[in-house]
Design a protein around this ligand. Structure first.
Ligand SMILES: [Zn+2]
Length: 151
């Protein structure tokens, strides 16, 4: 990320999520509960990106993300880069990766699935990363990217 982008609203400490597909930027805001936070949140979309054409950026002041939050971001923004900011400087870059198996994050799209009736924990095999496609271990229903509902 260039210094120019950082300056738009520099944060002293926190996380800058870069390289988000624009269409998923608002979903990530929702998934991370950023609409209901006291943290300073800046959301930008349609930034020019050499790699993606257009991209979204979310800056969250005063907050570092958990492993589970990073895994959720991986599902919605597989090319994202998380810049960890301390004292206005990027001290670490984290690239979220979609694991081969996903447990307890996403709901199965099949309403009749045992996991939607409290009988088993949600578990998926990742069939494809781009486009994202998850197969439920229990009912074998495929959940596609646009169907993803987080727990
Ligand atoms: Zn299922």
């Amino acid at each position: 990320m260039s210094t120019k982008e950082l300056k738009v609203s520099a944060i002293a400490e926190g996380t800058v999520i870069d390289h988000i597909p624009c269409e998923n930027a608002f979903r990530i805001v929702r998934v991370l509960g950023l609409a209901d936070t006291d943290d300073v949140v800046t959301l930008g979309i349609n930034f020019k990106s050499r790699k993606m054409g257009k991209k979204g950026i979310i800056k969250v002041g005063g907050r570092f993300l958990s492993r589970e939050e990073i895994n959720k971001i991986a599902l919605l923004a597989p090319d994202a880069v998380l810049n960890i900011i301390r004292d206005y400087k990027v001290t670490e870059k984290v690239r979220p990766e979609i694991p081969n198996e996903i447990t307890g994050i996403v709901k199965c799209a099949n309403p009749n699935c045992v996991t939607n009736h409290g009988e088993a924990a949600q578990r998926f095999r990742v069939i494809s990363r781009k486009p994202l496609s998850l197969r439920c271990v229990y009912c074998e229903r495929i959940t596609g990217e646009e169907e993803i509902n987080f727990l």
